[in-house]
Ligand binder design. Structure first.
Ligand code: ADP
Length: 725
């Protein structure tokens, strides 16, 4: 075990080690004066002078014997001849320093162009990421010659899994093994994002500790995160040693700025890779990054698009259906079409409907009560129901995961989706619970793991997780259902109000009808009795005529009552109406009916209105015939009809010079059978204006009047000009 276990490995300052791996040399040069401030003792192998002699020297003076290029570009290398032979000189800048690293040139025998083109070929050809992984490990193995090359993928919770592997014969396979997240702490993962390749050439070689200009020993340590030779954290060294690894090399795979995984290489003897080999391996990693990103996106988009479309279609299906329940459960699509659930339940108005693979109804009802009590007002999800509701353990095969969309706060109405238990066995390389150790103070201490013995963990009662897309769709569907429920409530309320009104109307209607029909009926009755008496003093012919007149009045009233009631039921067919021909027709009819009085019927502007042509015809014929009728006893009866467009509406006025109305008697003008006392000498039933009012209301228009007794009356009608208005 280690001498100095490190508390909270996540906080170990691994980018400030003050030392490097010994297979190269590092010069830390002040960017401002270009003097060397720190150096590794290994510099001696390259420059043939000791570290002490190098410190404080101008960099150009030190390098002058070695045909170097004086511009040190960020991240670039140059090949120079040093005491150690052909050497890579690699430069990196930090805020205040220039890091110059020396590494031996090793050369290689593979054909990098062939490898790259092969890799690209596979990436372009194959639809599946796993083929790309296979090709990548093969090529990286060829480039590096390491004993084992793996693709190591990070899961959402940070733990890793070996998903592809190419290892030399005789090596125990790691494929399929899982590693706890503490094996690669967070800050190490951050560095993998920064340095896309990382070599540990010899786990056992002692580090080369940087020497500093005398007097600067207490200066803060220098950030070596860009250094390729940066020494390795002791915890990680120990970890690799416990695994039996002598050299390790990793290449980062990034997806959308995050560390998706690594191509991890192990060697069981020390092994160096030179700059170009690392560069080639890095290129493979970058190609893989692109593929991983594109393929993941594409696969995601496909599923997401499919579910999203289904959600919209399911909503449409529900809206077109006569009940929410039928719409969601009977049709081409159902609740299972919008996510990957294997069962669903809808509890609505106390009726429970199950779809697919679900627990029994009694349990679903209990669960709904539990969830409602737990006051989950919003969409709620878990992939381990038994952890919040232990009774669910019995139904793990159908309900390990649930997604719940409550439909009302006070009722149990809800939609539930179920996912079954995932038969999951995780093979850990060592017990993950032992990866983090608590010390006597209760602090977490991460010690390098000493055991990698395979530990099989079986996960019970857990389902596959609910994805964001699944949650989004549940939200969307829930919103739409709530909207529809609200609409239905409003509709019911409106219907209820209409019904109430209709009921009240019916009440007064039956009263007036019986009252008004009684008068002619009583007359008929009386005259008929008189007829029976066969009294010679009475003119039977006259009696019969009176009976007939009253009967026809009754008939007229019944006809109009029928018309009036029919209006309430009939749907209106809205369309633009040609008012000119409608009014001219009415005028003709009027002139026929009033041949003797010869009223002057003037028609002005006739803008079209938007309405039901039969009903609007009835409106005008009632108003015009009233105007003609109630002015017919004037010396020169005159009626003017004209229309005017005002904004989106049309206002028609019908003006007469007739008897007018006494304003004290006009309050009930639009009531059924209502007639003013002045009208008694005119034929009429008192139904015309009630019909007009009802039609205008149905059109959501307006009806009003101005009148003066003995002078005349003006009726106004306001209607829509077009559909949208
Ligand atoms: P009626 O069959 O009696 O004409 P209406 O419902 O058409 O029934 O009209 C109701 C009452 O309104 C009429 O009886 C009359 O008193 C009054 N009225 C309607 N139109 C006019 C008008 N143009 N001039 C004077 N009074 C009118």
């Amino acid at each position: 075990m280690m001498q100095h276990p490190i508390n909270q490995c996540d906080r170990e300052p691994i980018q400030y080690p003050g030392k490097i791996q010994p297979h190269g040399a590092l010069l830390v040069v002040n960017r401002h004066n270009l003097l060397v401030e720190q150096v590794s003792p290994t510099i001696h192998q390259y420059l043939n002078i000791s570290a002490a002699e190098v410190l404080g020297k101008p960099i150009h003076e030190l390098l002058s014997p070695y045909q170097y290029h004086p511009d040190f570009e960020q991240g670039a290398y140059q090949l120079i001849q040093t005491a150690k032979g052909e050497t890579y000189l690699v430069s990196h800048y930090t805020a205040d320093y220039l890091l110059l690293e020396f590494e031996p040139f090793l050369g290689y025998t593979y054909n990098e162009e062939a490898i790259m083109s092969k890799m690209l070929h596979y990436l372009n050809q194959s639809d599946s990421v796993s083929v790309s992984f296979k090709e990548a490990v093969k090529n990286v193995k060829e480039i590096t010659g390491f004993h084992r090359v793996m693709v190591y993928m990070f899961h959402e919770d940070g733990h890793g899994e070996v998903i592809e592997e190419l290892a030399d014969p005789g090596l125990e396979p790691f494929l399929g093994l899982h590693y706890p997240d503490s094996d690669i702490p967070k800050q190490a993962r951050e560095l993998y994002k920064k340095n896309l390749v990382r070599l540990i050439a010899n786990v056992a070689a002692p580090d080369s500790i940087l020497e500093r200009i005398p007097g600067s020993e207490n200066n803060p340590p220098i950030d070596l995160s860009d250094s390729i030779l940066r020494s390795v954290s002791p915890v990680h060294i120990q970890y690799l040693q416990n695994m039996g690894v002598a050299a390790s090399f990793s290449i980062s795979i990034l997806s959308q700025g995050e560390l998706w995984g690594l191509i991890a290489c192990h060697h069981y003897q020390p092994k160096q890779l030179d700059y170009r080999q690392r560069l080639h391996a890095k290129m493979i990693g970058q190609m893989l990054s692109t593929t991983v990103r594109f393929q993941a996106e594409e696969e995601k988009q496909q599923v997401l698009g499919f579910w999203r479309d289904n959600t919209s279609n399911l909503i449409r299906q529900m809206r077109q259906s006569d009940s929410i329940l039928t719409g969601l459960t009977h049709g081409n699509l159902d609740l299972l079409s919008i996510n990957s659930a294997s069962g669903a339940a809808i509890l609505y108005e106390d009726q429970l409907t199950l779809v697919g693979h679900t627990p029994p109804p009694s349990f679903v009802r209990e669960l709904a009560v539990f969830l409602q009590k737990a006051s989950t007002k919003q969409v709620f999800q878990t992939n381990h129901l038994a952890s919040v509701y232990p009774e669910a353990a019995r139904y793990a095969d159908s309900a390990s995961g649930i997604l719940c969309a409550p439909l009302s706060a006070d009722l149990n109405d809800t939609i539930l989706w179920f996912k079954p238990e995932l038969e999951q066995e995780i093979k850990w390389a060592g017990n993950p619970d032992k990866a983090v150790i608590l010390n006597e103070q209760g602090e977490t201490r991460i010690e390098p793991r000493s055991s990698f013995a395979i530990f099989i963990q079986s996960l019970r009662g857990r389902s596959e997780k609910w994805s964001t897309a699944e949650l989004t769709n549940a939200y969307k569907l829930r919103e739409e259902i709530l909207l529809l429920i609200q609409e239905k409530i409003n509709q019911l309320r409106r219907l209820n109000e209409e019904l109430k009104k209709a009921y009240e109307e019916l009440d007064s209607f039956s009263y007036t009808i019986s009252h008004d029909l009684k008068t002619p009926l009583a007359t008929i009755y009386n005259f008929a009795e008189l007829l029976l008496e066969e009294d010679p003093a009475i003119d039977n012919r006259l009696l019969t005529q009176k009976i007939l007149r009253n009967a026809s009045r009754m008939q007229q009233m019944i006809k109009e009552v029928f018309n009036y009631t029919k209006l309430g039921r009939e749907p209106i067919k809205l369309q633009p109406i040609d008012m000119q021909s409608l009014l001219f027709q009415i005028r003709e009819d009027m002139l026929d009916a009033y041949k003797d009085t010869k009223p002057d019927l003037q028609i002005g502007n006739t803008p079209a209105v938007y309405g039901d042509s039969t009903m609007i015809g009835q409106v005008f014929s009632n108003l015009v015939s009233n105007a003609v009728k109630y002015s017919s006893k004037k010396e020169k009866p005159t009626v003017q009809i004209t229309g005017e467009m005002i904004d989106d509406s049309v206002v028609y006025s019908i003006v007469d010079n007739g008897i007018g109305m006494d304003p004290r008697h006009t309050d009930n003008l639009f009531h059924l059978f209502y007639r003013l006392p002045d009208a008694k000498t005119f034929e009429g039933t008192g139904l015309g204006l009630a019909i007009v009012k009802r039609i205008i209301d149905k059109h959501q228009g307006k009806l009003w009047f101005e009148t003066e007794r003995n002078k005349g009356t003006r009726f106004y009608i306001k209607l829509k000009k077009t559909e949208s208005a």
